[in-house]
Design a protein around this ligand. Structure first.
Ligand SMILES: [Zn+2]
Length: 130
């Protein structure tokens, strides 16, 4: 709860659009610092996907179009839900297991954002919770 309040009080957010490759799925996130809190996870699934993710509170994630093209994958404890496009196969976002109030998006799906070279990528130790 405390963390939720913090998210909501974070001030003016910027809107970023994202999509899968075939653009059937489009979403937006609101974030204040788009290049912060970018992470990779070393669990068996994320390792194979090799993705950079950005976490936002679920209130700051909106699916704009494409709900009927959205497939999801659950595994292991089946708490996290990983969404991908059933046309082009691109992973777009997932509901986070460690905090179900958070949505993580595939950073590479975001439009007009290029990660600066000196960005700090956090490594989340998902492998220990496989
Ligand atoms: Zn697609």
């Amino acid at each position: 709860m405390e963390q939720e309040v913090e998210w909501l009080l974070n001030g003016v957010e910027m809107i970023y659009l994202g999509s899968c490759h075939c653009e059937k799925i489009k979403f937006q996130i609101e974030a204040k610092k788009i290049y912060e809190n970018i992470y990779k996870c070393n669990c068996t699934l994320c390792k194979k996907k090799s993705i950079l993710m950005k976490a936002v509170h679920k209130n700051f994630f909106t699916l704009l179009t494409g709900v009927k093209f959205l497939n999801s994958y659950k595994w292991n404890k089946r708490i996290a839900e990983h969404f991908f496009c059933n046309v082009c196969g691109v992973y777009t976002h997932h509901k986070r297991r460690r905090d179900p109030n958070q949505i993580c998006v595939n950073f590479a799906c975001l439009e007009n954002v290029d990660l600066p070279n000196n960005s700090i990528i956090e490594i989340v130790d998902g492998a220990s919770h496989d």
